[in-house]
Design a binder for this molecule. Structure first.
Ligand code: ATP
Ligand code: MG
Length: 109
């Protein structure tokens, strides 16, 4: 339901995860009812220190995917406020965690 506290809760999760060092990095983006998935990609990448401003979606998605599966870092990606289904892999968000399960995705809807 709207307004039950999803966004507040994931912000607390992000804070705890950082305090307790459960992941090396946390990156969060708001998807919203009218999503701009290019901006979501750019925002997540920027929080991980990766500049992702190229126009080509396939290149952006591959770069993001590579970054999220870098083996030495455990990354938590938080996607808040999803309304409609979209293809995570297609947008560079790995569904498989990689060799050592280095990336997890948490979303609210
Ligand atoms: N545990 C809580 N106790 C008291 N107030 C809360 C709690 N969690 C959230 N709130 C308050 O409730 C309001 C809505 O919270 P929030 O924006 O997190 O909800 P949401 O589920 O993300 O809403 P939406 O569906 O619109 O995205 C905010 O003003 C927030 O401060
Ligand atoms: Mg919200």
């Amino acid at each position: 339901m709207g307004g039950v506290g999803k966004t507040t809760m994931v912000k607390h999760v992000a804070k705890r995860v950082e305090e307790e060092k459960l992941f090396n990095k946390v990156a969060m983006a708001v998807v919203s009812q009218e999503p701009n998935l290019k901006q979501v990609q750019i925002g997540i990448a920027e929080m991980l220190g990766l500049k992702l401003d190229m126009e080509n979606k396939i290149v952006r998605s591959i770069r993001l995917h590579e970054r999220l599966l870098q083996n030495d870092k455990k990354i938590l990606v938080i996607l808040d406020d999803i309304w409609e289904e979209f293809d995570l892999e297609d947008w560079g968000f790995p569904l498989e965690g990689g060799n050592n399960k280095s990336c997890k995705i948490l979303f609210t809807s």
